[in-house]
Design a protein. Structure first.
Length: 397
């Protein structure tokens, strides 16, 4: 009897772990598969509390690489250095990676050098803007990967244009949607309390802002321009809630229109802009779900608002998730601050009609991914190979 196939799953952030949790849970229900989870860091120690694992039913990683924050090149190099001995010890039949993080690229490169097959979940996304660092990561990860699991038919079309065989491209849906739907009872409960927590009146309309891409936040003038454009919204009639990444707090607090008050955690607020600390996954989805409009430069937020039925304005010149635009929930508006207020007011005056979710965004992408792995015997364990059966949770340094 063959031992279970060893699938090494590499994740690089708390958000990635949450989103891929339903896929891991599905693998653990299959006796023919043994998932082994590796978290690269740097967010493991500060964000992965016991409460997090208990509420979301996310299992503890088997390996914590403990890679600290640094430049992109430094992080990729350090992850390769630390994940290689893990792969050599575990001897996986398949390495599974998710999204377009630097950790994903590092793990895929390491596996390929060791001759291990790579499966890429959320493959085929393209913005066709190579000036975006994430676009280069996506293309490299897909070029390395053996099997490619796409969220939408457009991803399959992109890969076919790049010469990938249909045999290795699998349209399974969006595992990010699996997570959002699986945890719905939890974030819906929190959504009832979100306005009081923010100091807003119950039922008061508000917008949500998320910013993290270097194009928008690494230059103080760019960030200030966007904040000025956002604060031009209608005299404070629509407050904008901004969960501020930790590294941006000095710049946001120094913005002359953001007035500090002590009634929120590290909070700054005025009539138009409400700045708060980053939220955990459940609180963040609760916040999005109750918003009238979301302003973002994030790819994942574009997907999440599509399922939540919340209008989204994306600060980019292009998006790698065109289905969110054709679906009708998302508009790509560029990065001109002067466009923000008119676009928001147009949405408030004429909200989009929301059709059914995109094809296969139904909460079963993880099931289809595992079924594909099993039916095509993509991950087949070789009983003659030594090692691999004794993975254990440990800190790698």
């Amino acid at each position: 009897m063959r031992p279970p196939s060893r699938i090494l799953i590499v994740v690089g952030s708390r958000a990635t772990l949450v989103r891929i949790a339903p896929l891991i849970a599905e693998m653990e229900r299959q006796p023919k598969i043994r998932p082994i989870l590796v978290h690269t860091g740097p967010y493991y120690r500060e964000a992965m509390s016991d409460q997090f694992f208990g509420e979301l039913h996310v299992r503890q990683p088997d390996f914590d690489l403990g890679v600290d924050a640094g430049s992109r090149a430094t992080q990729i190099a350090e992850i390769i250095k630390r994940v290689e001995p893990v792969m050599e010890e575990v001897r996986p039949d398949l390495v599974l990676v998710f999204g377009d993080l630097d950790a994903t690229l590092a793990a895929a490169l390491t596996a390929a050098k060791l001759g291990v097959a790579v499966a890429h979940v959320e493959a085929g996304l393209r913005s066709f803007d190579r000036a975006m660092p994430d676009e280069l990561d996506r293309m490299l990860i897909d070029a390395i990967s053996t099997e490619l699991f796409v969220t939408h038919q457009s991803g399959a079309e992109n890969l076919h244009r790049e010469g990938r065989s249909e045999e290795h491209v699998h349209f399974v849906g969006n595992v990010m949607v699996d997570a959002l739907l699986a945890f719905r009872p939890h974030w819906e409960e929190r959504a009832k309390l979100i306005c009081p927590r923010l100091g807003l009146e119950a039922g008061q309309p508000y917008a949500v802002l998320t910013l993290h891409r270097p194009l928008h936040v690494d230059g103080p003038l760019k960030l200030a321009g966007l904040l000025d454009g956002i604060q031009a919204l209608g005299g404070g009639q629509l407050p904008v809630v901004f969960p501020v990444p930790s590294r941006l707090w000095p710049r946001v607090a120094g913005h002359d229109l953001v007035l500090a008050e002590g009634n929120l955690p590290r909070g700054s607020r005025n009539k138009r802009l409400l700045c708060i600390d980053p939220l955990d996954y459940l609180d963040f989805i609760a916040l999005l779900s109750m918003a009238r409009v979301v302003l973002t430069d994030s790819g994942s937020v574009q997907d999440e608002t599509t399922i939540l039925g919340v209008p989204c304005l994306t600060f980019r010149e292009a998006t790698e998730r065109p289905v969110t635009v054709t679906h009708g929930t998302n508009r790509v508006i560029g990065i001109d601050p002067g466009r923000i207020a008119p676009e928001v007011l147009q949405i408030l005056d004429d909200p989009p009609l929301l059709p059914a979710p995109p094809p296969l965004w139904d909460g079963r992408a993880g099931c289809r991914t595992v079924e594909t792995l099993l039916s095509r015997r993509i991950a087949v364990s070789d009983p003659s190979r030594p090692g691999g059966g004794n993975a254990r949770r440990q800190k790698v340094s």
